[in-house]
Design a protein around this ligand. Structure first.
Ligand code: NAP
Length: 477
């Protein structure tokens, strides 16, 4: 079995003490490869290397940094099939989605590289004669990038590309569930002109490697994509050095289906939300509010669509709609949430149990009605192929229930009435709202949550600026 290493200062090195961790295939529970079980000392070494490398990297004109990023994107495009198979094997998404992830990653790196000539400062008018006031956007220094497992390959790019084009260096900690694709990415960048220490990968546990990154005083920005619980832990740790944090956390996206909605569109988009990546996507619709006059029709059509989903091992069958959950714990938690809802009086219309498998972690496509707004299934992230439905009478009620959440990442509404859509724009308290379309963000947008869904954001110009810090200069002549 392949035993991968960390990438630190341009060299592949084992963890201090040679500790290793096994990577498992969630589709069948079989081992795939080994990665380092790194220590705080490994993080220290990587941060030192990144600190040294950053000075020279930042001195390069941005367009030269961009050239290296474009070369990385080209290499990614040259290995779509191999990388997609690695992602599917360790994460469980369909091969089709894994291919999209790899291609999107290459496009994202190119997109961020294209900002090289566009990150501009400002000249601010002064109140004093002979004075010039300059506003610079400077790199922060060393970025710590901590990744989740659900879009593990793309998330490398979402942290690395904006960090590098703006003159930072980075130390990345992949999720211990999905480090294989990151190990492959390390090999891929090792064959480019990237100077040693500019990008480092340290594998291991969040409580060790992630914690060491968040507590290192030489790290200028910790950018985490992960759960609310981890976000709170990282914020607490980073607070000791007043380190800037950028947190992309969980969601509980409401979808509102109005009586005049295009029913086919609403059903297709909500089903896609719960089926894509086995329902393990932060921005996808996790609870539906449907106007009472179309509730029966919507529920029937959604139930039929969910029932028709083909579940199975995505490594063996390219036609499955979705594969396994990431691990046994995730599958068990989903099942508990469904049964807790039932105990509170909800009705499981279809699904509601684990799907049979030899060693994998599969859950049936599930629709639940008669859910209470206060119940766990409506208030907590499910992260599985389960959709709870709540009926409402008017828009005020729907918006009130949608906003009644500790999360605030994304939301959606289906309606043909422009006034209703505009009210939703103004009154839904979320970082993102999709109107009459599926839940999926664009690289030039700004993916950012409110409330416990995070601080700061990613993508587009505003996401890029998260990786810069201001420097204002007053020159008196
Ligand atoms: P997670 O359990 O919070 O883990 C995320 C990362 O944090 C992992 O690399 C983890 O390490 C690390 N970590 C754990 N404890 C840590 C600590 N004490 N200090 C520093 N790092 C620590 O999240 P996940 O299960 O991987 O991902 C699913 C979650 O991510 C969901 O809630 C989902 O909504 C959210 N998500 C949000 C977005 C967004 O853009 N808002 C996108 C994707 C996913 P290990 O390797 O040990 O687990």
């Amino acid at each position: 079995m392949m035993n991968y290493k960390n990438l630190i200062n341009g060299r592949f090195v084992p963890a201090t003490g040679n500790g290793t961790m096994k990577v498992m295939n969630p589709s069948d529970g079989q081992p795939i490869c080994m990665v380092p079980d790194s220590t705080a000392a490994d993080v220290e070494t990587a941060v030192e290397a990144a600190t040294v490398a950053q000075k020279e990297w930042a001195r390069r004109p941005a367009i030269q940094r961009a050239k290296v990023l474009h070369a990385i994107a080209d290499k990614v495009r040259g290995q779509v099939e191999q990388l997609a198979r690695v992602i599917t094997e360790e994460q469980g998404k369909t091969l089709g989605l894994a291919r999209v992830e790899v291609i999107f990653t290459a496009d994202y790196i190119d997109y961020m590289a294209e900002w090289a000539r566009r990150v501009e400062g400002e000249i601010i008018p002064s109140d004093r004669p002979g004075e010039t006031i300059l506003f610079f956007r400077q790199p922060i220094g060393v970025v710590g990038g901590i990744l989740p497992w659900n879009f593990p390959f793309f998330l490398i790019a979402r942290k690395m590309a904006p960090a590098l084009v703006t003159g930072n260096t980075i130390v990345i900690k992949p999720s211990r569930e999905t480090p294989h694709n990151a190990a492959k990415f390390s090999e891929l960048i090792a064959g480019t002109d990237l100077p040693p220490g500019v990008v480092n990968f340290v594998h291991g546990r969040g409580s060790v490697v992630g914690d060491a990154l968040a507590s290192n005083s030489h790290v200028g920005l910790i950018s985490l994509t992960g759960s609310v619980e981890t976000g709170i832990r990282i914020m607490t740790t980073a607070a000791k050095n007043v380190t800037k944090v950028n947190l992309e956390l969980g969601g509980k996206a409401p979808g509102i289906v109005m009586g005049d909605a295009d029913m086919k569109l609403a059903v297709t988009a909500v089903k896609a939300s719960r089926v894509i990546n086995s329902g393990q996507v932060c921005n996808c619709c996790e609870r539906v509010y449907v106007q009472d006059k179309v509730a029966e029709e919507f529920t029937d059509k959604l139930t039929a669509a969910m029932k028709a989903s083909k579940v199975g091992d995505p490594n063996l069958d390219e036609t499955v709609d979705y594969g396994p959950m990431i691990n046994e714990g995730a599958c068990r938690r989903i099942d508990e949430m469904v049964h807790n809802a039932e105990k509170e009086g909800a009705t499981v219309v279809t699904g509601g149990k684990r799907a049979p498998s030899k060693g994998g972690f599969y859950y049936e496509p599930t629709v639940i009605t008669d859910c209470k707004q206060t119940s766990e299934i409506i208030q907590k992230e499910i992260f599985g192929p389960v959709i709870p439905i709540v009926k409402f009478h008017d828009l005020d009620e729907a918006i009130g229930m949608a906003n009644d959440s500790e999360y605030g990442l994304t939301s959606s509404i289906y309606t043909k009435d422009l006034n209703v859509a505009l009210r939703a724009c103004h009154e839904l308290k979320f970082g993102e709202t999709y109107i009459n379309r599926e839940n999926f963000e664009a690289m030039q947008g700004f993916h950012a949550g409110v409330r416990k869904s995070g601080i700061g954001g990613a993508d587009g110009k505003h996401g890029l600026y998260e990786f810069t810090q201001s420097h204002i200069v007053y020159i008196q002549s």
